[in-house]
Design a protein around this ligand. Structure first.
Ligand SMILES: C[S@@+](CC[C@H](N)C(=O)[O-])C[C@H]1O[C@@H](n2cnc3c(N)ncnc32)[C@H](O)[C@@H]1O
Length: 428
C-alpha cells in the first residue's frame, strides 16, 4: 500500500497537525503543507552518528520482520522505533524537546501551563488526606519543576512528587532539570519503576497516551484488517495482516470508504485501566491530542491521525529515520472514558486544553505576570513572548482545541475547577 508524505517547515512546531474536526479549518493546514511542499521542503539530514544508529535500528527491525514470518504489526514497529533499548527514539541520546529538538509540548512553551495544573492539584490535595502527585512520562522534567515551584509558593507541597518514566535517559534529564529549576524540592521527587499498588492524590499525564504504540487498520469491503509492516527491496512497506475484531466490533456499524485507514490504541486503554486500578482516592488528569470517537473516525479522515516529528518538521511516514523521529497518533477519548469507567472510575470532566486553562484562570495569571513598564524594552519583549506562548496554548488551530483534557476520579466527586467554564463530557 502506498502512503502520502507531506513535509512542513513551520518553525518550532507544537504537535498540532492533521486536524479535521468540524470546528477547524482543516484546509488551512492542508494549504500550508502544500505550500511547504511546493517550496521543496525536505527533512534535514541527520549527522553521521545519528544516521548510523538509525540504520542499526532499521536492520534490527528488518531481522525481526524476517524472524516473525515476513511481517510485524505496526504497533510492534512503533514500540521498537520509540523504545528499543539503546536505539529507540525516547531512550537513545538525542535531543527531543524544545527548539533544539523535534517538537514542543505545552509545559515547554510556557510555565503558565504547569501553574494551571498546579492550581488544579491544590484544589484536589486540599480535600483529601495525605495526597501526593504522580506524573507519568515526565519528558524533560520541566512540568514537574514548574508544579513544585508553584505549590511551594502557595504552601501546598505534597510530601512526594512521584515520576513514572520509562526512559532511563529521560529520568537523568528530569533529575537535572528539577535540580536546576526547583532544587529546594528535589528531595521530594522519587522515580518509580512501575505504578504503585495504591495511590492517593493527583496523577498527571501530558502527551503520554499518544506516545503508546497504536494498532493501524485498513477497511476493505467492510472488513477491518490490521495494517502490518513488511520489507520490499530492503525498505519498510505497509501490508495487510489479520482481521482486527476489536476495530470491527467498535466501528463496524459506521460507513467508511473503501481503503479507509485509521488507528485504535488498546495499549492506551489498558494503561488507563492500570492507572484507575492503582488510584485509591483522587484524580487522574490526561492531556493529549484527540477527539471523541464520533469526531475521530470521520469518513473523510481517510489516513487516520498518525504523525511523525523530526526537527520541527511533521509528516506521516513512520518508516523514515527510525529511532530519530517521534511517532504518535491522536487519542480516541471515548475509548479512554470507557476503559476508565469499566475499571471503576468516574469521568469528572472532559474539555479542550483552552477550556481547562481558561477555567483555571489563565487570563488572570497572565495579567499578574505581565507587570510591565511600557518604557522598558525588556518588559515589553517578555510580555510579547508570553502572549505568543499563550496563543499557542489556547488558539483553536494550535493546541487550544486539538488537545483535550480528561479527568478521571475515584472516591472524589467534587466539581473540578478546570472544567467549570466548559465541560464536554456529553460528547464522549
Ligand atoms: C511525548 S513525551 C511527553 C513528555 C512530557 N509529558 C511533556 O509534556 O513534555 C512522552 C513521555 O512519556 C514517556 N513514556 C512513554 N511510555 C511510557 C510508559 N509506559 N511509562 C512511563 N513513561 C512513558 C516517554 O519516555 C516520554 O517521557
Amino acid at each position: 500500500m502506498g502512503f502520502r508524505v507531506e513535509w512542513t517547515t513551520i518553525p518550532y512546531l507544537s504537535r498540532f497537525v492533521n486536524d479535521k474536526p468540524a470546528t477547524h479549518d482543516h484546509n488551512h493546514f492542508r494549504a500550508r503543507f502544500k505550500a511547504a511542499i511546493a517550496e521543496g521542503a525536505a527533512l534535514p539530514k541527520p549527522n553521521e552518528k545519528e544516521a548510523k544508529r538509525s540504520q542499526q535500528l532499521a536492520a534490527l527491525i528488518r531481522d525481526r520482520i524476517k524472524a516473525q514470518g515476513d511481517l510485524i504489526t505496526f504497533a510492534k514497529f512503533m514500540e521498537t522505533a520509540l523504545y528499543e533499548p539503546g536505539l529507540g527514539y525516547y531512550v537513545a541520546e538525542n535531543i527531543i524537546f524544545g527548539a533544539e529538538g523535534d517538537f514542543l509540548t505545552a509545559p515547554e512553551i510556557s510555565d503558565l501551563f504547569g501553574i494551571c495544573i498546579a492550581r488544579q492539584c491544590t484544589q484536589v490535595l486540599q480535600q483529601i488526606n495525605n495526597g501526593n502527585i504522580l506524573e507519568i512520562g515526565a519528558g524533560s522534567g520541566v512540568l514537574a519543576a514548574t508544579i513544585l515551584n508553584d505549590l511551594a509558593k502557595h504552601d501546598s507541597l505534597p510530601d512526594k512528587y512521584f515520576i513514572l518514566e520509562r526512559s532511563e535517559r529521560l529520568r537523568d534529564k528530569q533529575l537535572e532539570t528539577i535540580k536546576n529549576n526547583a532544587g529546594s524540592f528535589a528531595d521530594r521527587v522519587q522515580w518509580l519503576s512501575q505504578l504503585p499498588e495504591s495511590f492517593t492524590g493527583v496523577i498527571i499525564g501530558n502527551e503520554i497516551l499518544d506516545a503508546l504504540p497504536v494498532k493501524r487498520f485498513i477497511i476493505n469491503e467492510n472488513n477491518f484488517h490490521e495494517l502490518c509492516v513488511a520489507t520490499q527491496n530492503g525498505e519498510f512497506t505497509w501490508t495487510q495482516g489479520s482481521p482486527l475484531p476489536l476495530a470491527s466490533h467498535r466501528l463496524g456499524k459506521n460507513k467508511f470508504p473503501q481503503g479507509y485507514v485509521s488507528e485504535i490504541n488498546p495499549a492506551a486503554e489498558e494503561f488507563t485501566k492500570s492507572i484507575v486500578n492503582c488510584l485509591d482516592t483522587g484524580i487522574a488528569l490526561f492531556f493529549d491530542y484527540g477527539y471523541p470517537r464520533t469526531e475521530y473516525y470521520l469518513p473523510d479522515r481517510q489516513d487516520g491521525t498518525l504523525m511523525c516529528y523530526y526537527r520541527h518538521r511533521t509528516h506521516n511516514n513512520p518508516f523514515t529515520l527510525p529511532g530519530l523521529q517521534d511517532i504518535t497518533s491522536f487519542i480516541d477519548f471515548t475509548a479512554i472514558a470507557e476503559s476508565a469507567v469499566s475499571a471503576g472510575a468516574d469521568v469528572l470532566g472532559y474539555t479542550s486544553q483552552a477550556g481547562f486553562l481558561m477555567s483555571m484562570g489563565l487570563d488572570q495569571l497572565m495579567a499578574e505576570k505581565s507587570n510591565i513598564d511600557s518604557e522598558q524594552v525588556q518588559d515589553v519583549k517578555k510580555h510579547l513572548e508570553m502572549s505568543q506562548a499563550v496563543q499557542k496554548l489556547t488558539l483553536p488551530h494550535e493546541m487550544g482545541e486539538l488537545i483535550k483534557v480528561i479527568a478521571l476520579g475515584k472516591n472524589t466527586e467534587q466539581p473540578l475547577t478546570g472544567f467549570l467554564l466548559q465541560d464536554r463530557r456529553h460528547r464522549l
